[in-house]
Design a protein around this ligand. Sequence first.
Ligand code: ATP
Ligand code: MG
Length: 582
Amino acid sequence: MQKHQTIMKPTSAKDDPNLSDYQNTRESFDWSDVEKELDWLPNGGLNLAYEAIDRHVAKGNGEKLAMIWEGKNGEKETYSYDQMRIETNKFANSLLNLGVKKGERVFTFMERIPEIYFAVFGTLKMGGVIGPLFSAFGPDPVKDRLENSGASVLVTQPELLKKIESIFPSLPNLKHIIVVNKNGRSSEPVPPNNLDYYKLMSDASEEFGPIATTRDDYSIMHYTSGTTGKPKGAVHRHNAVIQHYLTGKWCLDLHENDIYWCTADPGWVTGTSYGMSAPWTNGVTQVIYEGGFNARKWYQILQDYKVSVWYTAPTAIRMLMKSGKELPQSFDLSNLRFSASVGEPLNPEAVEWGVDAIGMPFHDNWWQTETGAIMIANYASAEIKPGSMGKPLPGIFPGIIDAEGNEKSDGEEGNLAVKTPWPSMFQDYWEQRERYDSRFVAGWYLTGDEAYRDSDGYYWFIGRSDDVINTAGHLVGPFEVESALIEHPAVAEAGVIGKPDPIAMEVVKAFVSLKEGYEPSTELQRELMGFARQKLAAAVAPREIEIIDSLPKTRSGKIMRRLLKARELGLPEGDTSTLEED
Ligand code: ATP
Ligand code: MG
């Protein structure tokens, strides 16, 4: 099956060494060659923080800027690799001074301020397991995650601490609460039973070592987005850095002199794997913007910091599309060379919009919290088929399989699975071993997504297994229907579900939100129905279209189809801890 025939030529020069590496090594790929590009610890161990920070200092690049930070109140701070080394050493020592031991869980509940980066890497240096939580969470999601992980340390900020005060009596494992009053933003003193981050740091030594982690030691735990149900705590090990490094180089095309911006929050895996590990292991300068989405501000950041590589998400791209393609044209984006997207299927419309609006397509790539790093991608050096997730990273072997683990042929739809193991593979769902084990069959990891591979080796996303619709014997992926609907000029976003039906088993129902300047009406509804029928096969086109103000989404911007469905059918909404509030 080949749904989209458009093929876009590679956007970058072919003589670029990174890119030809990718093209040349597909066949003869060996992970041990990548391992040689990293600097292992003197005792043969591996540490993510050392690879991201200290090794650049050891090589004489300590003065290079690692972080350019812009705060939500317009504050600006910069940190060189050597300053990062010192701050993270101090944080590692602060934890040791408190008696925190290797393997203990240290969680952050912070905004995107420089101190979260020091806390993450400092924890990794001393062998702790870091768990970053999204700052917009309310008390319950924070409590659930601290409880499940048995975290002994929480690093937070005064306003956030206030929000979750009620949860502490029920967390017996939590021994230390470290409070960062960034730039004196809060006028209240740090509560007496909590620890002042700056005091701890000023008492700690700037030198730390030796670092004593191995490639198999646990490093980061991330709770999944909760798109399909209660979030699971996926646990990773230091070994993942090998794949962070390589995918930064090949999938995001990072080069030494790049200025890179990843818009994801550290509360999600993209914000650590690609907002920390991949850029810094590749030695680039990273822009971090604390504020939230604002189309004008975002273009301003791309322009003012001369961003050359940009990694964002479909939800953000759709919001940029909503604000029109004229807006970016009033900014100088001439430094931008490569842009990529992850988190949800990227509609072909969005890939092509990039060309008109910012002068280049968005390169979609696919991975999950569980995979730890990019697995399938559209590369700078390869042709893009808009709407496709791209091709597997060398050394990664996905397949389309049936329920027994038998591989299907090109063009056949089935479960997207990956041959185990791979360097950044998750090692557990924290305290849910059975659930972890249930994700593997016959040497395959089951991703929970449905897809097919075309005859050129490109993978096409159909939907999450839970979201795929069975209508009159046809399996319909919501993505295909949603992508067709957003081609209509009035439609900003679309979410598609299967609605139980006595005859067809399920019928396709679409929810759409409108772009500015369009009003809901029965006429528009009828027009959309006709539009969808023109674009899609009769069996696939929605039987019902409802216009709503906005679609329910996770805080990481994913459309929650299970909520659309529960609301439609009047069923309980299930876990909504990651639901974004309007
Ligand atoms: P939960 O597992 O709690 O329901 P989640 O699956 O959304 O949440 P993540 O690990 O953040 O949690 O997201 C990974 C999923 O996001 C993938 O399994 C896939 O369904 C979707 N996804 C990510 N990138 C892409 C992409 N490029 N194209 C299509 N789908 C994608
Ligand atoms: Mg998932």
